[in-house]
Design a protein around this ligand. Structure first.
Ligand code: APR
Ligand code: ZN
Ligand code: ZN
Length: 361
């Protein structure tokens, strides 16, 4: 066991605290990782606000990269000294999704078995089974994906959550490829990553939709060919106009709201695909959607969990594309901050001032 500094949410809505925690030595199938960088994500804030569950205290942080410090018995996929990106879907290899060859849907993903605790022994709930606003964290070895150690930790750590979700929504879930017309509704970190993913795949046109002009400017920098301010313009009509009157082949919803999902539904071409990567809240509903429109427009209505990614397949490839200058992950790092600045970063995120603040350790 060892003691490290970490950021926790002790109770619902209370500001986060920097405390000392106990990190057990890795048991069978586990690894202790010395965290180098960890992005601040909306999900961390949702945990703090009690919006995910009530299992306080939470150890926050989950978009991270670092160096494996120690591994437990039976761990073969990583070794001490490896540079890794942490993922929150370590696939099991045994469930019905894994066995039918679709491990990105794994229905039984796993985390470390042992618990990290406060100094008094209170068990912590690590955010998404990671908990990386900490000098060191304990995870399942399968949550560590080895990548090129010369890559910048702050940039590639973001592949651990929001950026992978966005890129994967386009490339994995939406099957966007050369010549696909794409629209992305909502251009925060996730939506802009979907735009970058679509650009990487050779899609076009790539239409960015947001209600915030700042976000649209970033979207244009990362690969959008057209931008639509939906606070002033009807986005469905605008997307149709930019696609020969038809609508886009793939429309990605990266807000997580019924009204923007409905825009996505009507802004796609016949037989097109809607991808929902924004995360709705439990009470949200789609009112008054004529079933005949679902039938008559054909195509596919999909959701994208974590960009339907397979970390072992996708992380190393995306890191290499970043290293070769083809994927600008640096653009997602709005600022580098210290472990003591997480609460202030939540504030800036809430006000839409940043794509990502990244804690550097
Ligand atoms: N129409 C268009 N864009 C909108 C609308 C709307 N009605 N409402 C909000 N937006 C834009 C915001 O201006 C912002 O740019 O959606 C974007 C949301 O971005 P962020 O808040 O930065 O969130 P992000 O990290 O991108 O995550 C987006 O994916 O993973 C989920 O929980 C996450 O549901 C969230 C979504
Ligand atoms: Zn599985
Ligand atoms: Zn996240």
């Amino acid at each position: 066991m060892q003691q490290v500094k970490a950021v926790i949410a002790r109770s619902k809505g209370a500001p986060v605290e920097l405390v000392t925690i106990n990190v057990p030595d890795p048991g069978p199938g586990e690894a202790v990782v010395k965290v180098q960088a960890c992005g601040v994500c909306h999900t961390d804030l949702h945990y703090r606000e009690g919006g995910i569950n009530d299992e306080f205290p939470f150890l926050l942080g989950h978009e991270a990269s670092g160096i494996v410090e120690a591994v437990g018995d039976g761990v073969t996929e990583v070794a001490p000294g490896d540079f890794v990106i942490l993922n929150w879907r370590a696939v099991c290899g045994q469930c019905r999704a894994c066995r039918r060859g679709q491990p990105w849907y794994c229905f039984a993903t796993h985390n470390a078995k042992q618990k990290m605790t406060l100094e008094d022994g209170t068990e912590l709930s690590p955010a998404l089974g990671i908990g990386a606003f900490a000098e060191k964290t304990l995870v399942a070895a399968g949550q560590c994906t080895k990548v090129d150690p010369s890559a910048r930790p702050a940039a590639v750590g973001l592949l651990g959550c929001g950026v992978m979700a966005g890129i994967g929504a386009a490339i994995n879930t939406g099957a966007v490829t050369r010549g696909t017309s794409v629209a992305v509704i909502g251009c925060g970190g996730v939506g802009v990553a979907a735009i970058a993913g679509a650009a990487l795949a050779g899609a076009g046109p790539i239409i960015a939709v947001d209600i915030d002009a700042k976000k649209l400017a970033t979207a244009a920098r990362l690969g959008a060919t057209h931008t639509v301010d939906s606070s002033a313009t009807d986005p469905v009509a605008a997307i149709q106009e930019l696609t020969g009157g038809f609508g886009a082949d793939v429309v990605i919803e990266a807000v997580g709201r019924p009204e923007t999902w409905k825009q996505a539904f009507y802004a796609r071409d016949l037989a097109g695909t809607v991808v929902l990567v924004g995360v709705p809240t439990p009470e949200m509903k789609i009112p008054d959607l004529p079933l005949i429109d679902v039938f008559g427009r054909g195509g596919a209505l999909k959701s994208s969990w974590y960009g339907d990614c397979l970390p072992s397949r996708d992380f190393p490839v995306l890191v290499d594309l970043y290293q070769r200058g083809k994927l600008d992950l640096d653009a997602f790092v709005s600022e580098e901050i210290a472990l003591t600045d997480v609460e202030a970063a939540f504030d800036r995120m809430h006000h839409g001032e940043v794509l990502r603040s990244v804690v550097i350790l």
